[in-house]
Design a protein around this ligand. Sequence first.
Ligand SMILES: Cc1cc2nc3c(=O)[nH]c(=O)nc-3n(C[C@H](O)[C@H](O)[C@H](O)COP(=O)(O)OP(=O)(O)OC[C@H]3O[C@@H](n4cnc5c(N)ncnc54)[C@H](O)[C@@H]3O)c2cc1C
Length: 416
Amino acid sequence: MRYSLAALVANAFTGNKHWPPAWRDAAPRESYDVVIIGGGGHGLSTAHYLAKEHGVADVAVIEKGWIGSGNVGRNTTIVRSNYLLPGNIPLYELSLKLWEGLERDLNYNAMVSQRGVLNLCHSDAQRDAYARRGNAMRLHGVDAELLDREGVRAMAPFLDFDNARFPIQGGLLQRRGGTVRHDAVAWGYARAASGRGVDIVQNCEATGFRIEGGRIVGVETSRGFIKAKKVAMAVAGSTSRVAAMAGMRLPIESHVLQAFVSEGLKPLIPGVITFGAGHFYISQSDKGGLVFGGDIDGYNSYAQRGNLPVVEDVCEEGMALMPMIGRLRMLRSWGGIMDMSMDGSPIIDKTEIEGLYLNTGWCYGGFKAIPGSGFCYAHLIATDRPHPAATALRLDRFAKGRLIDERGAGAQPNLH
Ligand SMILES: Cc1cc2nc3c(=O)[nH]c(=O)nc-3n(C[C@H](O)[C@H](O)[C@H](O)COP(=O)(O)OP(=O)(O)OC[C@H]3O[C@@H](n4cnc5c(N)ncnc54)[C@H](O)[C@@H]3O)c2cc1C
């Protein structure tokens, strides 16, 4: 069923009792052309683009919990393409372009809101670095504006411009960046993929791979063996565990990232603002709550909850940036498991096992990448060739020393 004004009115007059389920909650069949492991944003978008762009609809997405239970429903909803390195910019810009047309493509209101992303700078060196980043973006056809201090003040007068340690000198603004309602993204892709014939199978955990003569033949699951010509991993924070079932050891660590939301306020924060003297990002949801986060917890974990030191750290950074939030009450906090790669950039690639594909390493930034990653991963799975926007995102870059070290931090996940 297409969502439209006519459907809304018709259903309103019949007590909203006749809406069909948004997608089929399928039971697994014996075999598929493609099985995607992980019903997060990346798995679901891959299924959608496989069916839509390549006509490959004999696909199952198997999810051990429920759709949206992972990071796709736990993030701070920021989307942007303000990257520096040529290995990353094409993918994130492709993704932002897909976000811009996503609601029409999916016939689903994902609340895409291009309210701008502003990265603040607090020193001359940082302003130079942002000027360089902005130039790199513009050379790739991506929008970027360098604001001086007064330009920032006009947008966000409530910031502490004269903070003794971190005075604000200006900022790099990407107006096309913004926020998207995170769980609507999971639901929208699930609905669109299901509508094209993809089976979305919830409560179905991959427990092993069946590999014969170096080729994948299927997946062992908690609901029985599923035969498949191709199997694609898209399990984000669980990548190391799932890949280990195929005998692979990856340059990935799993860490907790927390997010926080405050009580509701009248509209205050114009877009997304990031603090350049630490790691703090904040925006305001349509309900009025301030949504913010900071660093990962700094130790490896598979727990979807974090610890107090990072709560304190994040709140201190928020106070340094905008002291007026000191009297605000925090409503909720939660955590998700991040697939941190050793250079801070993702991997979309084949593996040495024929027919087994890998999508991982999304670190803090995999929500914004969901459309672009799904588009490129679907291309790789369908054609066995990397999509032009993802040619640098190879697994062997770690062996060959061709790292895409976006932040220049080296192999230190808690610095990416
Ligand atoms: C607190 C927080 C804030 C964030 N903020 C942002 C942000 O503002 N902007 C941004 O771009 N990114 C952000 N991210 C990162 C982003 O959310 C993730 O990089 C991205 O969602 C990961 O991809 P996914 O959606 O496919 O992951 P997930 O939703 O985690 O999907 C993976 C799925 O695989 C399933 N799975 C695991 N193992 C198995 C198995 N054996 N069998 C079957 N299924 C399995 C899991 O249950 C899960 O549902 C944030 C993350 C967190 C935690």
